[in-house]
Design a protein around this ligand. Structure first.
Ligand SMILES: [Zn+2]
Ligand SMILES: [Zn+2]
Length: 111
């Protein structure tokens, strides 16, 4: 394998990532891959290592940052599924509620 494109380490377990432009990079760790390839949030400057939020061609780490930067993304939510109070739209709210209930029960049994 080639040396890591971020730090230069020639590691036997290094791996390659091919990006959308077709270029291929070699890394010795996910940390080095994030350092080289992950975009930065245009509001708070943190690395976007999850899906992030794209609004009008600009990238943010979360819905909050998208709203803060010029008031974009007012309709964007970070939540998946529906809020427990039922105010958010979306499918699968029943499953989400069950998961929240299990987490609460687990905390009680641990404590
Ligand atoms: Zn490296
Ligand atoms: Zn951000």
């Amino acid at each position: 394998m080639r040396a890591c494109d971020t730090c230069g380490n020639d590691y036997w377990m290094s791996f390659e990532i091919r990006v959308v432009s077709g270029e291929t990079y070699t890394f010795d760790s996910f940390e080095c891959a994030v350092q080289k390839l992950a975009p930065r949030c245009e509001h708070c400057d943190c690395r976007v290592i999850g899906h992030g939020v794209e609004v009008s061609g600009r990238f943010f780490c979360c819905a909050h940052c998208a709203r803060q930067a010029g008031g974009m993304g007012r309709e964007i939510r970070d939540a998946v599924g529906a809020h427990p109070d039922g105010s958010a739209a979306g499918a699968g709210d029943g499953a989400h509620r069950r998961r929240v209930g299990q987490a609460t029960a687990g905390e009680r049994s641990d404590g």
